[in-house]
Design a protein around this ligand. Structure first.
Ligand code: ATP
Length: 451
């Protein structure tokens, strides 16, 4: 038999239908606590936002969920008066706040200056000032303002920030944040081989983050290239140059093709060149080319090939070879960005996630991509003998991105393509090609001639 212990319970007072004094205090306390929590949360989020703005160089981990539901950007229509867009999306600045210092570049609309901007009661900030030259045509004026109205709608740490415009006085100006290290292509050329793979991937991750933001807002850049990325003092990369609208007199290098519009052929996806289908997927193709530019420290994609040769090679299935010492995971990513079928290309969000993963697991970047002579680019204009698709050693070395060794070959007395066919790793070492990755690349290419 189980004996239960005797216990005493006290019941609540009988319900009178009215809350007692204690319950009222509890309710008031609960409401106050709730208000306090909500206010605390708002203050915390504002501080976080301020924190990100104030310290733009901090690593941005992952992507902000709020940015998934972004409002599409608004583009000016050719018949619209751009001044309306300027009013809506930009801040008109009093020119007396702007102090122009020195010229830093020549843009398509006029000179670009470094200078300062000082709002009353605020600290003076360094800015870049794009000016519109005095002899502008209606279309130049329209394009100049269009670029400002586009930029004014974006707010992201990897997009160059618009500070304001001056449109009511001459010269008209677009004032943006100043990026100490200038354009990415020149910056990399001037700092050849100075960065680790993780640093290069971090630059690319920043660009991918900016492009994710733009594609979420339905903005198709059409001119994504290292020359249009600006670099801050702490290597943060920001997308710039909105509203592809170049006048061709400035295009001394032949970067932009006129047929069917102004198209930067080497950076543009085949469907965009052939049918003018520009989408975020065509921007992804261009991003693959930017990856190649970054990993090759600002080399020119497809070297000395003409635009026609580039287009034909792409149609024939050839792609850029991996840059020297390029981690194989990065080359694989480039190649999917260059899928002929645009639906097979990754989205910017996926690219961003992959790059993030490589940064947090740097051991993945250790394996260097093999140079595969069967899939990499050949110059269609070349016609060497005996199945060798190059006419000269410099042309061949240029094509496999090894032109730094042209002199070594010449000094070793090698002058014809036939003379390189029997070279061994030991011979290359003797000639001063000491890096194993470079030897492998050259030997691999020679092997390709024999197969
Ligand atoms: P283009 O069509 O030749 O690209 P653009 O009118 O778009 O000309 P930008 O390329 O933006 O002009 O500017 C020309 C040069 O000025 C850049 O290559 C860069 O060196 C410099 N520059 C432009 N904006 C900035 C900036 N915000 N900070 C630092 N340098 C800048």
């Amino acid at each position: 038999m189980v004996r239960t212990q005797e216990q005493e319970f006290r019941t609540l007072p009988q319900d009178t239908g009215m809350p007692s004094g204690g319950v009222i205090v509890c309710i008031i306390f609960g409401v106050l606590l709730f208000i306090g929590l909500v206010a605390g949360l708002i203050i915390y989020r504002r501080r976080q936002a301020h924190h990100h703005r104030a310290r733009p160089c901090q690593k941005h981990s992952g992507y902000n969920r709020d940015e998934i539901w972004l409002k599409p950007y608004v583009d000016l229509q050719p018949y619209e008066d751009p001044s309306r867009g300027v009013l809506e999306f930009t801040k008109e600045l009093d020119p007396s706040l702007v102090n122009i210092e020195n010229v830093i570049g020549e843009g398509e609309f006029g000179e670009v200056y470094r200078g300062t901007l000082c709002f009353p009661g605020k600290e003076r900030i360094v800015v870049a000032i794009k000016t519109l030259k005095s002899s502008y045509s209606d279309s130049t004026w329209w394009n100049f303002l269009r670029e400002a109205t586009i930029m004014g709608q974006f707010n992201h740490q990897n997009i160059v920030r618009l500070e304001g415009v001056v449109t009511k006085r001459s010269p008209m100006m677009i004032i943006t944040e100043y990026m100490d290290n200038g354009a990415l292509d020149t910056f990399l050329r001037e700092n050849m081989d100075k960065f680790s793979a993780v640093q290069l991937v971090t630059m690319l991750q920043g660009i991918a983050s900016g492009m994710t933001y733009l594609s979420d807002r339905n903005y198709v850049h059409r001119d994504l290239a290292a020359r249009n990325i600006l670099v801050s003092h702490c290597l943060l990369c920001k997308v710039s140059d909105f509203g592809l609208s170049r006048i061709l007199e400035n295009d001394v290098e032949g970067t932009y093709e006129t047929k069917g519009g102004k198209i930067p052929i080497r950076w543009t996806a085949p469907e965009a060149i052939a049918h003018r289908i520009f989408t975020s997927a065509s921007d992804v193709w261009s991003f693959g080319i930017v990856m190649w530019e970054v990993l090759s420290y600002g080399d020119k994609p497809y070297g000395d090939m003409t635009n026609q040769e580039v287009m034909k090679s792409i149609e024939d299935g050839y792609r850029l070879p991996p840059p020297v010492d390029c981690p194989s995971v990065l080359y694989e990513l480039m190649k999917v960005c260059w899928s002929y079928d645009r639906t097979r290309r990754p989205r910017f969000r996926e690219i961003h996630a992959q790059l993030d993963h490589f940064i947090s697991s740097p051991h993945l970047l250790r394996t260097v991509a093999d140079f595969d002579p069967r899939v990499t680019l050949r110059l269609p204009s070349c016609s060497g003998s005996d199945g060798i698709p190059y006419r000269s050693i410099p042309e061949w070395l240029e094509s496999i991105r090894m032109k730094r060794y042209i002199l070594n070959f010449r000094t070793a007395g090698l002058n014809t393509m036939e003379s390189v066919l029997e070279l061994s790793a030991e011979d290359l070492k003797q000639m001063g090609v000491t890096l194993p990755g470079h030897q492998k690349r050259i030997l691999c290419s020679i092997q390709g001639f024999k197969e």
